[in-house]
Ligand binder design. Sequence first.
Ligand SMILES: [Zn+2]
Ligand SMILES: [Zn+2]
Length: 55
Amino acid sequence: MAERIEHCISCGVRLEGAGAVRFKCPSCGAELGRCGKCRKQSNAYVCPSCGFKGP
Ligand SMILES: [Zn+2]
Ligand SMILES: [Zn+2]
């Protein structure tokens, strides 16, 4: 069973508070998370499952 995503994929901060989102990797469907700050700044992320890079 996959672990529930609890940390931002970009900066590693805990996903809590305003703006934090979980979403599926567009490439492989793995669950990813991002904090509000990284979402706002459009920080790049890399999917740990398939290596997909996205904004
Ligand atoms: Zn972040
Ligand atoms: Zn992926």
